[in-house]
Design a protein around this ligand. Structure first.
Ligand code: NOJ
Length: 540
């Protein structure tokens, strides 16, 4: 337990910088804004902030298209503001984790501009270039690879008379990780930020870094939707998850491990369908990441059985020595308060707060989830996300989960004195951090209380976890144990009361409903609708 690194014990809080806090009135969040609101995070009790990309970017994909890896986007501040943020975090015991977007850069990055100009220049092979199908100077995509964001994955560049590949937008050309100079360049980028005090990276779609060296077409599948959206009409055998991923990952692991306490967490594209592969990327091996994400739970429907299945699947895939990550919401999916919410949204938000903080593994919170922020998709004319623009109304994009943080009462909920870049959720006058801070039954208080419980509980940080073989239909239950100490978690996920036999754990460590005695009696526990209990065999 003593040697458990902070990124296993702790809680990571994701900030989407455009939407967290605007300090200069331009309607877009910035680094000074984050500094101004750090006390909220210290009070919440999280251990680290992960910033979605902060580097210069034309914002075709809002920062996930970086045009200079070693600088700060002027709209967010400067390298000096970044240094001030790191210092302000340290004062509060918070660490800083950055998004590493290294599968692709922006097409406006100097590397790509140079690569596009010249087939023979020093950066000619830094991206995935190929002649057209008919040969040099001919058109026709080199293979059938598709873009995750719709359409084909190849774009013709007249300057080079060749095609380049992009897994996402055509403004996001994929880097060629088989070119050793690219590996060296990314190593330089990692070092640049680590030397400025960064303590970890979340790696964007890292399993796409390496492609099959000969770029063969992927086999097609019989999915009629593939006609409209070619990406899902094929098996992705050759455009990701290659056996020699170690080319990239061993460099990253080596650099990260030069100092204890640093970590890498990978976002595996499409891993919710292939969580065994995702699990294989995380571990203590030389070419593994420290952690990998899994979104199986996030994608589950509400219910004790469905959650049980998702938790089992991920933990079993990781194995007894593996370490899970738990994500309920992020910047790519509808917020869970709306996904699982309905009439009981706040009660459900409180239950999953307990869940995230008491499962074995590292929880990643998404800004606003601590106040139960709801999804709010703007009208079509105001959509900003390229995915929403392209696929409306089939997919209305990701703006709905990126609306400004709701801080307090007032015109823009304290987010900005200007015009916010996305419209706020109309419920902000009632739902905001200030209003919830002093209310012991609020979502915010629940998060703060269960994070504090996790902080003082070695069992919750490091203990083993046992889920019953046969899940209960309404109550999600599991037991954590470490030495003689044990904790039982009971989450009544239904709107009806449920009976539960009392076990060895009778001390109330946390409960969602007021009025429970500090020590429970023998016999049965009658759980109220949507009641959550954390019980210990020792007082907490
Ligand atoms: C995954 C990120 O989470 C998403 O927001 C982004 O659009 C794509 N990768 C491309 O970088």
């Amino acid at each position: 337990m003593g040697d458990l690194p902070w990124w296993k014990r702790g809680v990571v809080y994701q900030i989407y910088p455009r939407s967290f806090m605007d300090s200069d009135g331009d309607g877009i969040g910035d680094l000074q804004g984050i500094i101004d609101r750090l006390d909220h995070l210290a009070d919440l009790g999280v251990d680290a902030i992960w910033l979605s990309p902060i580097q210069p970017s034309p914002d075709a994909d809002f920062g996930y298209d970086i045009s200079d890896y070693c600088d700060v986007h002027p709209q967010y501040g400067s390298l000096e503001t970044f240094d001030a943020l790191v210092a302000a975090c340290r004062e509060r015991g918070l660490r800083v984790v950055l998004d590493g977007v290294f599968n692709h850069s922006s097409d406006e990055h100097a590397w790509f501009q140079e690569s596009r100009q010249d087939r023979a220049g020093p950066k000619a092979d830094w991206y995935l270039w190929r002649d057209g199908r008919g040969g040099p100077g001919q058109t026709g995509a080199p293979n059938n690879w598709a873009s995750t964001f719709g359409g084909g994955g190849w774009e013709y560049a007249p300057e080079r008379q060749q095609y380049f590949f992009h897994s996402f937008l055509k403004k996001q050309p994929d880097l060629n990780w088989r070119e050793p100079a690219v590996v060296d360049a990314i190593e330089g980028v990692l070092r640049f930020w680590l030397e400025r005090g960064v303590e970890g990276f979340r790696l964007d779609v890292f399993n796409c870094y390496l492609k099959h060296p000969e770029l063969p077409s992927n086999p097609r599948t019989w999915n009629p939707a593939g006609l409209l959206y070619p990406y899902i009409g094929q098996r992705h055998l050759h455009d990701r998850d290659q056996d020699d991923m170690g080319i990239a990952l061993s460099m990253m692991r080596r650099v990260a491990d030069e100092r204890p306490g640093r970590f890498l967490v990978g976002e595996t594209l499409d891993e919710d369908r292939r969580y065994r592969e995702a699990a294989g990327y995380a571990g203590s091996g030389e070419d593994q990441l420290h952690l990998a994400f899994n979104f199986h739970l996030l994608r589950s429907r509400w219910g004790a059985k469905a959650f049980h299945t998702a938790i089992m699947a991920w933990t079993q895939a990781l194995g007894p020595d593996g370490w899970a990550t738990w994500v309920l919401s992020n910047h790519d999916f509808p917020r869970h308060a709306s996904r699982w919410g309905g009439r009981w949204a706040d009660a459900r938000c409180r239950l999953v707060a307990i869940l995230a903080m008491t499962l074995r593994g590292t929880p990643f919170l998404y800004y606003g989830e601590e106040i139960g922020m709801r999804e709010h998709t703007p009208p079509r004319a105001q959509i900003q996300d390229p995915v929403g623009k392209r696929f409306w109304p089939v997919h209305r994009g990701r703006d709905g989960c990126r609306t400004p943080m709701q801080w307090e009462e007032g015109a823009s909920a304290g987010f900005t004195s200007g015009q916010p870049w996305l419209p706020l959720h109309p419920d902000h006058a009632g739902r905001n951090a200030a209003a919830q801070r002093g209310d012991p039954g609020s979502v915010l208080s629940t998060y703060r209380d269960v994070i504090a419980l996790r902080r003082r509980s070695p069992v919750l940080q490091a203990g083993d976890m046992d889920l019953p073989e046969q899940p209960h239909a309404k109550v999600l239950s599991y037991r954590r144990s470490l030495g003689d100490a044990s904790v039982q978690v009971l989450l009544n996920m239904s709107p009806q009361p449920q009976r539960w036999p009392a076990g060895a754990e009778r001390h109330l460590l946390y409960g969602t409903h007021p009025g429970r005695p500090a020590e429970l009696e023998d016999g049965e526990i009658l759980l109220a609708p949507h009641e959550g209990l954390v019980l210990g065999n020792e007082p907490g």
